[in-house]
Write a protein that binds this ligand. Structure first.
Ligand SMILES: [Zn+2]
Length: 144
């Protein structure tokens, strides 16, 4: 009797267009649904990763723990998109940005309810879990 292999496809619930990722980091999606944006940290060398990685590229081990992206990061750059990759067109216009948290940087989108004149490079922003109208999960940057 063959056992049905259970497919861990939680990353289908992330973002506008679903993509697959490595099973070991799928807890990221469960955390998002709990309202938490998580990175992970290597217990051997202390290196932190966002987006989370299954393995530490320095130690080549999977001795990783989760941590919550809390507090604020500094907006170091952003770009308003008028054209988007296939599948993201319905979301236009939106701005992609990078927040610098010191030990790591977070790449993502600025919350769609912020207008361009509210957004200033250097401002402190926070990363928050967000549910899209179609029920998919992602995270966005809001003014701290
Ligand atoms: Zn490491």
């Amino acid at each position: 009797m063959g056992k049905i292999k259970e497919v861990d496809d939680r990353f289908k619930r992330f973002g506008t267009v679903s993509f697959t990722s490595i099973t070991k980091v799928n807890d990221f999606i469960d955390y998002l649904e709990d309202g938490k944006v998580m990175g992970n940290k290597c217990n051997d060398c202390g290196r932190v990763f966002f987006p989370p990685r299954a393995d530490c590229y320095q130690c080549l081990t999977s001795n990783m723990d989760w941590f919550e992206i809390s507090g604020t990061g500094k907006l170091i750059t952003y770009s308003k998109l008028e054209y988007a990759p296939v599948g993201f067109g319905d979301d236009l216009p939106y701005a992609i940005a990078v927040l610098d948290y010191g030990e790591f940087k977070v790449f993502g989108r600025i919350a769609s309810d912020l207008s361009e004149n509210e957004i200033k490079v250097g401002m402190e922003m926070k990363t928050v879990a967000n549910k899209l109208p179609n029920g998919q999960m992602n995270y966005v940057f809001q003014i701290a």
